[in-house]
Design a protein around this ligand. Structure first.
Ligand code: GLC
Length: 574
C-alpha cells in the first residue's frame, strides 16, 4: 500500500496507530444542567473514553455559530460557543486529554463561514472589487461555474444566492447561509494560517479539514480538486511541519479513490483522508453476501505515501453518503438500508449503525471487525459503541445527533435539565430506548457491545500491523468469504470473514505461510500448522469473523533427548 519508504520519526506517525472517537460537545454530556452538552461534561467523561481504549478524540465544531448547520456555520474562528464553555475550559480539556494519552483533533472549516461572520457582514457592505468584499466569491452572473454540482440537493437549488445588500450573488457549496471564502484572495489565505497558529499554540494535535476539495473555483471545471487547492494545502502543510511537527491534517474529501489519494500529495499534503468509497461497499458486501464490492474498491485504491494513512469509518454525524457509488449501487443501498422513505436525505441515508443493521448483533460485530482490520485508522462515532438508535423524524441530520446514553436515569444520564430543555430529545424508540441501551447497563454485562468494542480496541493496540500493515487479499473459492493478511515488519495477521448469514466452508490458499501456525488472536489458541501445497480449511459460523496471528513454528533442530545407555552385557557379568 505504500508508495515511498521515507523515514519519519515514529512519534510523528501517531495517527497511523490511532483509534479515533468522533463526538459533538453538545451531544456528549451536559455538565451544568442547561440541556446542552459542554466541555465540563466532556471532562467528566474522559475516563470513559480512556476505559473504552480510544486514543484520539475528534471534536465536531464548537465555535460561536448560529447553528444552522450544527456548527459548520462558524461566526468566529477563535473562541468557543458560550453554551459549551470557554477557552480556559478548552485548555483544561487539552491538558486532561493529553494526560490520558488522548490526542485532540478539532475542525477547521475553511471552505466557508456563516453569513453571520463579521467578514461576510463587512464584505456585503464593502465596495465591489475591494479586498473586504473579496473575502467571499461574488458574481453578477449566476450562470458562472455552471458545471459545479449541488451537494445539499434537498435544500438548495443553486450554488449562487442573491444578496440584496451587496447587490450581487455570492457563492456557496453548501447551505445558502454558508458563503464560500475566496481563496483567490491572499488575505483569506493569511487568515487560515493565523487560525492554525492559534489552535496549534493552544496544543491541538490535528485538524479535520472540512469540505476541503472545494476551496478554489475555476470556470469550465467542476470546481473540485483543483491544482490551486492542492498547492494551497501543500503550503499549509509545510507551515505546520516547520512550526508544529506532529500536528495532523485529516482531509474530508468525499471523492473516488484516485482523487481522494491526491490529497496525500507526495506525503507533503494531508496526513490522513477518509476513505469514503470503502464505507458504502462494506454495507453492500454484507447485504449481497459477496466480498467483491470490498476487494474491488481496494483494488482501485492507489498506493499512498509511507507517511500517510486512510481514515475508515462506518458512520459519522452526516448521512451515510452515497455519492461515491454508481446509480445502480445507490438504488440497491436505498432499497436495503432506507426502508422508511424518511431515512433518505440528500444523496444518503440518515441512520446510525445499529438501526442500519436491523439491530443485529452479529452484523454489528462483523462490520466493526472490518472497520478494525482493514487498512486505515478506524473512526468510531459516539454512541455506536453501545449500539445507539436514531430518530429519522428529527430535521436534517439531527436524528443521528441525539444525546449520548449514559444511564437509564432521566435524560439518559446526559443532563439533569427538564427533558423539554434538551437540545434534542433522547431516543425513546422501544428497541433503542435509553433505559436499556446505555453505558451503565452495558458496562455491567461483559457480553455487551461495549465490552466487545473494548476487547477489539485492546487487541488492535497490541499489533502494529493493524495500523501499518500492507493488505493482501487471499484467494478463496467461496465468494461469501473474505480473507486477507496484513503484514508489517515480521508480523502477519490473518483475517477470515463470513459475509453470509449461513455457515460457510472456506478453503484458503495461504501460499508462503507453510510452517506457520495460525494463533487465534483473542484466545491465543493455536490452530493446525499450515502445510505446503495444501489449502487451509475453515468452517465459519454465520457472520463469523476470525482473526489470527500467523506465527512461524520453531523449526530449529533440537538435539534429541539422550537416554542413558545401559550396558546389558556388563550387567550380566556382575
Ligand atoms: C461537511 C460536514 C457536514 C457539513 C458540511 C458543510 O461535509 O461533515 O456536516 O454540513 O461539511 O459544512
Amino acid at each position: 500500500m505504500s508508495k515511498t519508504n521515507i523515514d519519519f520519526p515514529d512519534n510523528l506517525l501517531w495517527y497511523k496507530d490511532a483509534i479515533i472517537y468522533e463526538l459533538h460537545i453538545k451531544a456528549f454530556r451536559d455538565g451544568n444542567g442547561d440541556g446542552v452538552g459542554d466541555f465540563q461534561g466532556l471532562l467528566e467523561k474522559l475516563d470513559y473514553l480512556q476505559e473504552l481504549g480510544v486514543t484520539a478524540i475528534w471534536l465536531l465544531p464548537f465555535y460561536p455559530s448560529p447553528l444552522r448547520d450544527d456548527g459548520y456555520d462558524i461566526a468566529d474562528y477563535y473562541t468557543i460557543n458560550k453554551s459549551y464553555g470557554d477557552i480556559e475550559q478548552f485548555k483544561i480539556l487539552l491538558d486532561e486529554a493529553h494526560r490520558r494519552n488522548l490526542k485532540v483533533i478539532t475542525e477547521l472549516v475553511i471552505n466557508h463561514s456563516s453569513d453571520q461572520h463579521p467578514w461576510f457582514q463587512r464584505a456585503r457592505r464593502a465596495p465591489k472589487g475591494s479586498p473586504e468584499r473579496d473575502y467571499y466569491v461574488w458574481t453578477d452572473d449566476p450562470t458562472q461555474y455552471k458545471d459545479v454540482r449541488i451537494i445539499f440537493q434537498d435544500f438548495e437549488k443553486s450554488n449562487w444566492t442573491w444578496d440584496n445588500e451587496a447587490q450581487q450573488y455570492y457563492w456557496h457549496r453548501f447551505f445558502h447561509h454558508q458563503p464560500d471564502l475566496n481563496y483567490g484572495n491572499p488575505l483569506v489565505q493569511d487568515e487560515v494560517f493565523r487560525m492554525i497558529d492559534y489552535w496549534c499554540e493552544l496544543g491541538v494535535d490535528g485538524f479535520r479539514l472540512d469540505a476541503v476539495p472545494y476551496l478554489f473555483e475555476r470556470e469550465g471545471t467542476n470546481g473540485e480538486n483543483l491544482p490551486e487547492t492542492h498547492a494551497f494545502l501543500k503550503k499549509l502543510r509545510k507551515h505546520v511541519d516547520d512550526h508544529f511537527p506532529g500536528v495532523v491534517f485529516l482531509a474530508e474529501a468525499n471523492m473516488w479513490p484516485e482523487d481522494s489519494a491526491s490529497y496525500f500529495g507526495n506525503g507533503d499534503e494531508c496526513h490522513m483522508n477518509y476513505h469514503f468509497p470503502v464505507m458504502p461497499r462494506l454495507f453492500m458486501s454484507l447485504q449481497m453476501e459477496d466480498r467483491y464490492p470490498i476487494t474491488d474498491i481496494f483494488d482501485q485504491t492507489p498506493a499512498i505515501p509511507a507517511n500517510c494513512q486512510w481514515a475508515i469509518f462506518l458512520r459519522n454525524h452526516d448521512e451515510l453518503t452515497l455519492e461515491m457509488v454508481t446509480d445502480e449501487e445507490r438504488d440497491y443501498m436505498y432499497k436495503t438500508y432506507a426502508k422508511d422513505p424518511k431515512a433518505k436525505i440528500n444523496l444518503g441515508i440518515r441512520h446510525r449503525l445499529a438501526p442500519l443493521l436491523g439491530n443485529n448483533r452479529k452484523k454489528i460485530e462483523l462490520m466493526n471487525s472490518l472497520l478494525f482490520s482493514l487498512p486505515g485508522t478506524p473512526v468510531i462515532y459516539y454512541g455506536d459503541e453501545i449500539g445507539m438508535g436514531d430518530n429519522v423524524y428529527l430535521g436534517d441530520r439531527d436524528g443521528v445527533r441525539t444525546p449520548m446514553q449514559w444511564s437509564p436515569d432521566r435524560n439518559a444520564g446526559f443532563s439533569t435539565a427538564n427533558p423539554h430543555k434538551l437540545y434534542l430529545p433522547t431516543i425513546l424508540d422501544p428497541e433503542y430506548h435509553y433505559e436499556s441501551v446505555n453505558v451503565e447497563t452495558q458496562r455491567q454485562n461483559t457480553s455487551s457491545l461495549f465490552w466487545f468494542m473494548k476487547r477489539m480496541i485492546t487487541l488492535r493496540k497490541k499489533h502494529k500491523a493493524f495500523g501499518r500493515g500492507d493488505l493482501n487479499f487471499l484467494p478463496v473459492e467461496n465468494p461469501k468469504v473474505l480473507a486477507f493478511t496484513r503484514t508489517y515488519a515480521d508480523e502477519t495477521l490473518l483475517f477470515v470473514i463470513n459475509l453470509s448469514k449461513f455457515s460457510q466452508p472456506a478453503h484458503i490458499e495461504l501460499t508462503g505461510f507453510s510452517g506457520y501456525v495460525p494463533v487465534e488472536a483473542f484466545s491465543q489458541n493455536s490452530f493446525p500448522i499450515v502445510s505446503e501445497n495444501e489449502t487451509y480449511f475453515f468452517t465459519l459460523a454465520p457472520h463469523d469473523y476470525q482473526w489470527f496471528v500467523l506465527e512461524k513454528k520453531h523449526t530449529d533442530v533440537i538435539p534429541a533427548f539422550q537416554l542413558p545407555t545401559i550396558n546389558v552385557a556388563l550387567w550380566g557379568r556382575f
